[in-house]
Design a binder for this molecule. Sequence first.
Ligand code: IVH
Length: 678
Amino acid sequence: MNKMQVKKIKSLVAAKRIGKLREEIARLRNLYHVENAPNVTDEVYDSLTRELKELLKKHPEFIDKNAPENRVAGKPLDKFVKVKHKTRMLSLNDAFSYEELYDWEKRIQKLVPSQKLNYFCEVKFDGLAASLTYENGIFVRGATRGDGFVGEDITQNLKTIKSIPLTLQSPFPSFVEVRGEALVSKKMLAKLNRVNEKEGKPLFANTRNVAAGSLRQLDPKLVAERQLNFVAYDMLGDSLALRTHSDKHKALGELGFEVEKLEAKCKNLSDVIAFIQKFEKVRPNFPYGTDGIVISVDDLRLQEILGAVGKAPRFMVAFKYPAERATTIVLDVKVNVGRTGALTPLAIFKPTPVAGSTVSKATLHNMDQIERLDLRIGDTVVIEKAGDVIPKVVEVLTKMRTGKEKKFKMPVACPVCGTSVEKKGAKALLSVAYYCVNPKCPAKNERYIEHFVSVFDIYELGPKILRRFKDEGLITDAADIFTLTKEDIAPLERFGEKSAENIIKEIEIKKKIPLAKFLWGLGILHVGEETARDLALHFGTLEKLISSTQLDLNEIDNIENIGGAVTKSLHDFFKDKNNLNFINKLRQNGVVVEKAQKKKAGKLTGLTFVLTGTLSQMSREIAKEKIIALGGKIAGSVSKNTAYVVAGVDPGSKLKTAENLGVKILNEKEFLDILIST
Ligand code: IVH
């Protein structure tokens, strides 16, 4: 035998042994993680893994990135790192009826009047959105959606999901981002809940909660136990030569992803509705939780033109299956005190399963609602819930009354601080709201702290823990959280060293906060998440915003999307010394508000456009939106300051004026070229 032959035989023997080792390691891992039945000591497992590693070192030709030994990344992490998404991860607008689908079509058809709209339908999974980045075909990073702009790096956890390829099938683009849903099967949910029930632990409400809870585990081994799956539904990249959304699904399958087979190309909404009805029949037996059908305009060029408004694209909509109903008994009506001091009645039910989760309470909104329903404590009621929508009481079954039911009365004193309650709003105006007028009411303060902390994404600090800290006198306001120490928390019952350490670590990491989030957290009237972002982008720093609210209200008024009510409430908020003191205290306690990147200048910055005539590819509204998004301005009439006049079909007198003034005139094709070119 020559050297080559010996080498070949050695390699064959090694291949066999590697195969066996892989099989056995996978079996033991499954026993350990999934069946919870470790019938082998750690030493045995470790020794087999060691042998495999040694063999692979000698025979690198058998290294397989997709093999089981590469699936579980051993060590638990001590925190998740933030990842900025290259492209914002949006959410979807809902349609709850066929009528709403037709309204959606009408709205978008108006924006692209002469275009034939073809649709693509796919299942809407009830899991957790994830984004996977592949560079040169290798899975390099996986992230959660987070707030759509910034998510958390959960690469290690995602690697435990078998349907996520660690390397792509060729040919693959040099860079691609794949988006999809991480899922847990209905069977796994039932299994976990059987265990939780036995152990007296709280049950998971739905498959989404299990998926989310699993991927937020710092230890990938725990994630592996849950046997998650991943279905891909979108891909992004610069050099993808794809024309339609359905092409994307096909390409995803070819790259090695699992793509749901139940999908359909539809020529019109009647076909879409037929698909919705077809899936509705198989939905109860579908292995994964689903809450509707996602409908997209199939043509990617039209998707680009239609773009997004706020958080959702215009070219996609989620059809949600109708609400499910169930009956239950009202055990009690409690009263919650909100951030503004408003008293809200809350019905407490005998826990009942509806639409994939267990419902045990629902808001009754106000006294009017209780009177309208004629709801009494002890009543049997019909409740309704659609997907992830908040449950509500739709009807009281008065025939079920025994005579023992009790009417609910709004308390005359705040249930939390005892201060007398005031009515605001007249009956004539339909709604009467009850408020606790004590500005120092602990409930208001508590809700405020909860909101503020949630904006910092300090996951360890849920409402229960915050209340505990407050009761123990550790915090009086949200700023106190940032000076907590391990020694403060560890002695508390049910905490201990380890959990105290985790909490402190998490707080330390989250002390830096982007300006937009900080503004949202402050809870300024009318300043929600989107408005806070607009303000942050415009002003860049908190100082500039504060001084503008006191000096130059015009500047705020002139920001796009911001109205007078916001301006006034910003002015009032930053005039109040208490609020400024609170901000100072936060800073002294180590909170760092990060500057926002001011909007970058676009390629049309400094150029003014005038539109005349009808465009065939898009409505005027969309054309304006695109110009503004690229930094350009729109004017109603032509002057020597006009950079371009865009002339569609049947242009008006503006075209003549442009010719007279020597302003450059663009036809529709030239205009589109300018929009598309980079
Ligand atoms: S398309 C614009 N397709 O639904 C973002 N989303 O309500 C929509 N989802 O965050 C992406 N199944 O987590 C799309 N087949 C599907 C989906 C799907 C589930 C989730 C996704 C998204 C959420 C929006």
